[in-house]
Each structure stands twice: as C-alpha cells, then as structure tokens.
Ligand binder design. Structure first.
Ligand code: ZN
Length: 497
C-alpha cells in the first residue's frame, strides 16, 4: 500500500493588509518529495506522526508536498496558484496512491479562494476519487466549510491549544487510514456549524470554558462506533463565510450517528455561548498587577499576537508599563531596521533608536530613546521541548538586545517570529527571570514556554489586528446573525436560521 502525504498550513488574517506570498513560505517550509521526509521525520509535527505510523504499519509513505508560513495576511493569487500547481505536479510524480493524508490548517484564505482549504481538498478529491480515503488533520483554529467535509473521508483536529498534540493527531490520522485500507473500519463523518465564534481569550483548552468543551468531545468519543470527535474552535480574524466554531464527528459507517453527535455537542456549546465571549483585562489593570508577586509577570499582548497574524511591533504595552512606573521590563519587537542599526553598532555602543510602531497604524507610537546595545546574535536557535506548532528550529534574523535609561529592555528581531520558545530571548542573552514585567506577543501559544519562568500570565486587551474583542473588527462576509456579534439571536440545529 502507498499513501501520499500533502501539507499546506497557513493561518490567514484577513485584517492584515499585507499579503502572504511565496517568499513567506520559502522562509519557513516549502518542500517537495523526500525533502518533506527529511525535514519532518522524527518531529513532533503531524507530518512526523504520519511518517512514524505508516512506517510502523509497514505501509509506504509517499511524501509529496509541504508548505507552511508564519500567520499573516491573505495568500496572494499568484502564490496560491503556484502552490496548487506544485501539489498537482507532485501528485503526477507520486504515481498510483491507495490513500492520502493531508495536513491542512483550516483557516487558510487566498485572494481567489476565501475557502482556500476547501478548494485545496476539492482539488485533491478530484485527483483521488471516492472511495480512495483522504484523511485530513486540521488546526483547531480552522473555520470549517462544508466543502472540506465533502472532499474528505475523515477529519481529525488537534485537541489542544496551545497545540502540543500534533504528533499524536498525526499518528491517529495515519492509523485511521491504515485501518480503513485494511477493511477494519469504514469511516464517515458529519459536521455541525453553530452560528457562533469563540473569543480567542476563551480558547485555552487547559482552562475553562474550553476545557469543558474538549472534555465533552473526549467523552463522546468513547461511544461505540464513534471514531473521533473534534472541536474546531475557529479563527476569529478571518472575514469569511466559514468564520466560526464547528464540531466534526467521525463514526464507523454511521453517518446519522455522526450528525446527531455533532449536533448534540453543538447545541450544548450554544447553550453555554456566553461563557465563551469574555474579554481580557485592560492595559491599565494589567500593569497594576505587575510587581504584586515575587517573580516576573508575563503580559500577553492579545492584539499583537504574532501567531495569529500580528505585526509583532506594537508598542502599546511597553508605553503602558513605562507610564505605570514598571522600570524593569522586557519586550521582543519585530523591527528589522532598528535590529540592523543596533547589530551594526555593536555591543556596548549607545545609539538613538525609534523602536517598533512602524508596521501598521494599530502598532502605536515608536519607543524613541537612547539605547545601549547589551548583546547581539544571528537570531538562530532551537528548542528541544514540545512547543506550540511542533516547531524546533527558529531563525529570527539579526537580533540585538538593547536597554534604555527608563529600564525598558527590548530584544529587537529582524524576522516575524512567534514567541513559542524562550530561545527568542535567551539566545540573545536575555534572562526573563530578571525582569518584573515581560511582554509576550501571543494569547495561548506562548504559555507552554513562558509559564516556566513567569509567576503570572495575564492576558491583556490590547488593540491590533488580533484584538480580543471580535466585535471591534468590521466583517463583510461572515454569516448573519451570529453570536457574539448579534447577541440576542436564537438557534437550534434542527431549525437553522
Ligand atoms: Zn492554531
């Protein structure tokens, strides 16, 4: 048996005005054929899981294509066409396949296809007609579409946020396709799409209310004939028709049971919807909390969440910390211009810099001051721990740690790199334990790393393209009515609005 492997992962923030092009994929992952195996075999990514499970089952894995870029704006037309063409050519080269494992994101938006994942999966289904199984893994930030369900045999999403179970879901998906091909099971699936979107603040699966939701899904999965229950929390920063939360249930040859189970959990969620719409605390309140405990407090900059498309150069929290009298604080900022100036000046030198606040109007005013260059690095580092996204190696480009008289220390990096690893700071010599306040530009993803060094993690309601309050963003394409935008609406799965 031969099973193909295709992966295309991008979380596209339609509120970011800059588009994602091929160079953004080249900077992260853009691989074909055996290079995919070389990069991901042994990793904690779902592709690592696919490869390991197929090997254990004695099935030939045929890696075809893998692309990933750091979350950013919509994928440009030319890049999208190129990606689809490369996948098509890869399938030509792959020869006859008995099945296909796909690692998609589910919140990918391209200029010509707002439901980009749906288009990709439909193209794959065109090439591999039913009953050839296509099993797809998704990120729980997926905004699921009926086209994605239509084109696939089964969908399995990660169950954790931060995403630390990608390897396990890859193993599970590959096991499912192997059992299908051996004739042991006949997976079918169905989805429910309650008209609601879950606020990013409420999407941490180890905290309530999301923990309740994933525990309910796990309990439902114990029923006989139910093979997998996935909660797709949704990605709030995509102005697409599919925006929202959904439930996917895979059963062994019982579509009605799949639909009933999905509808049932969707209704339970709907009945608790108000618990999923709370907002983080204000900047002033957050700053007032810093210093109330012995060690550092981590302020999570929700509005400038790099892993959700944020520019990573917003200065609002740094200004608030300085204004609030917190003199010993640390922030990482994406600012290639300042990084290069400080890097070139060298350690021990002083220079005037205008830090951050450049990428978008929502980034806030730059931090203008005289800074001393404390250390520099080439920006490359690795993390051996399980981190959000299964990332191991990072390259944030030329990096400089600089300190102002105010006490503000900034690690200034050249390439947008999400704060998934403390290596972002420590590789340049910054020790987060030495600070009172540490700013991390994320919501849940940084937690896996930062909770090791910060006594408190405080999510803060900051402005930006990933603002916590979805209702503050202007949507044109989403379904209407939809919670929490239209708060007073009613819904039940049998009588869709
Ligand atoms: Zn995600």
């Amino acid at each position: 048996m031969r099973i193909g492997i295709v992966s295309l992962l991008h979380e596209s923030n339609t509120f970011v005005s800059q588009q994602t092009d091929l160079s953004h994929f080249e900077a992260d992952v853009l691989l074909e054929g055996d290079a995919v195996r070389e990069r991901f075999d042994g990793s904690r990514h779902e592709l690592g899981g696919f490869l390991a499970a197929l090997r254990a089952a004695g099935v030939e894995a045929v890696p075809i294509f893998s692309a990933r870029a750091v979350p950013w704006g919509v994928i440009a037309s030319s890049a999208w066409r190129e990606l689809l063409q490369r996948i098509d050519k890869g399938l030509d080269r792959a020869g006859k396949l008995d099945g296909l494992l796909v690692a998609a994101h589910g919140a990918t938006v391209s200029e010509p296809a707002p439901d980009a994942d749906g288009q990709l999966l439909a193209q794959l289904r065109k090439r591999l007609a039913t009953p050839t199984p296509i099993v797809c893994t998704l990120d729980p930030h997926a905004n699921l579409s009926p086209a994605m369900i239509q084109a696939t045999t089964a969908i399995i999403g990660y169950r954790t946020n931060p995403h630390v179970d990608q390897l396990e879901r890859g193993l599970e998906a590959a096991d499912l396709i192997c059992r299908t091909l051996r004739g042991e099971i006949r997976p079918v699936h169905a989805a429910a799409y309650p008209p609601m979107a879950i606020n990013i603040e409420c999407q941490n699966t180890s905290e309530q209310p999301a923990r309740w939701l994933v525990e309910r899904a796990r309990a439902l999965q114990q029923s006989p004939r139910v093979l997998a229950v996935t909660v797709l929390l949704g990605f709030p920063y995509a102005d697409v028709e599919e925006l929202g939360t959904s439930i996917v249930v895979v059963t062994d040859d019982d579509r009605e049971l799949a639909q009933q189970t999905a509808d049932g959990l969707a209704l339970e969620l709907w009945n608790r919807r108000h618990a999923f719409a709370t907002l983080p605390i204000s900047m002033d309140k957050a700053v007032a909390e810093v210093g109330k405990q012995a060690g550092p407090a981590c302020l999570l900059d929700v509005g400038d969440n790099v892993g959700g498309g944020g520019h990573g150069d917003s200065t609002h929290l740094a200004h608030a910390l300085i204004a609030g009298g917190v003199s010993n604080c640390l922030i990482c900022l994406v600012d290639p211009e300042s990084a290069s100036q400080a890097y070139a000046a060298g350690v021990g030198k002083r220079l005037g810099l205008s830090l951050g606040g450049k990428a978008a109007p929502s980034s806030g005013p730059p931090l203008v001051a005289e800074y001393e260059v404390v250390s520099t690095s080439d920006g490359r580092f690795s993390d051996s721990e399980v981190r959000h996204g299964g990332f191991l190696h990072f390259n944030q480009g030329p990096t400089a740690m600089v300190r102002a008289v105010s006490g503000l220390t900034a690690v200034v990096i050249s390439r947008r790199t999400p704060p998934f690893s403390l290596g972002q700071l420590t590789s340049c010599g910054a020790d987060p334990r030495q600070f009172e306040g540490v700013v991390a530009k994320g919501v849940h993803a940084p937690v896996a790393a930062y909770r090791e060094v910060c006594q408190r993690l405080i999510r803060v309601n900051t402005p930006g393209v990933t603002a916590a309050d979805m209702t503050s963003l202007v949507f044109h394409r989403r379904r209407r009515p939809m919670f929490p935008f239209e708060k007073e609406m009613t819904w039940c799965p049998d009588k869709p609005q």
